[in-house]
Design a protein around this ligand. Structure first.
Ligand SMILES: [Zn+2]
Length: 247
């Protein structure tokens, strides 16, 4: 048996028999892992409330190295990220980010960069005046971290250089198409110059939260549609929490 200690976020929990639950953690040190924890009848009943998303925890689990299921030893709150729990709009954004991390990560594969990105973006979410734009940046950075950077430099189908007026994006091919390919590929989206500028600047590492001039609502919607289509294709499924973002 070994003890594993790490900063962690709860991704989700589910019931296991009458008294236990399985807590799915995203840990900084070990990646995603599952641990059994008491659900009720615990002498420390209040502990159960720690097992919820959007709080930075110090989690200690134990078990045999490499096994699929660990046991929860103890958990403490390192950072409660209270604003995310007090504002329903921010909570929905945070839960969407949590589901993205859950779907994009694999068990027991450490992803410390993704952990830092997730933690930092949650901290920014608690302070931002433009949560939607922050979500777009998070989606782009997540896509890059898992190897699905949208291809905006050359044609995603024929790899030829793009014309300056190229404006057709294929979620399936993961990038822009040259004007020749644009006429042959189905299920594409049209990208405005403003949205393209935003995407290119963000991918180039300009990670200021607010752009110098606010993006028009239509451009924001366009970015959301494009990134959502690309993400669901890359991740292979729809995200349950996405439908709640605009309630
Ligand atoms: Zn092409």
């Amino acid at each position: 048996m070994a003890l594993y200690r790490s900063a962690a976020f709860v991704l989700h929990t589910y019931k296991l028999a009458e008294t236990d639950q399985i807590v799915v953690l995203f840990t900084q040190e070990f990646g995603k892992l599952r641990a059994v924890a008491r659900r009720s009848h615990s002498p420390r009943r209040h502990v159960a409330s720690y097992y919820q998303p959007l709080m930075l925890l110090n989690a200690i689990v134990y078990g045999r190295p490499g096994q699929a299921l660990y046991r929860m030893h103890s958990v403490d709150i390192l950072q409660a990220l209270r604003p995310l729990h007090e504002d329903f709009g921010l909570l929905r954004c945070g839960l969407y980010m949590t589901e993205l991390i859950d779907v994009a990560t694999h068990e027991r594969e450490p992803a410390p960069e993704l952990f830092i990105l997730f933690h930092q973006t949650l901290e920014q979410l608690a302070q931002t005046s433009d949560a939607m734009l922050l979500l777009r940046r998070f989606e782009l950075q997540l896509l890059t971290a898992i190897g699905y950077t949208p291809q905006l430099l050359y044609c995603a189908q024929c790899t030829r250089d793009l014309e300056a007026r190229a404006h057709t994006f294929s979620p399936r091919l993961g990038g822009l198409l040259c004007t020749t390919c644009a006429s042959t590929v189905r299920q594409t989206l049209t990208v405005s110059p403003e949205a393209l500028t935003y995407l290119r600047r963000t991918l180039a590492g300009d990670t200021t939260v607010e752009p110098p001039t606010p993006l028009a609502a239509t451009v924001q919607q366009e970015l959301e549609r494009l990134l959502h289509a690309h993400l669901t294709f890359c991740l292979g499924r729809e995200l349950k929490s996405y439908a709640f973002l605009h309630l």
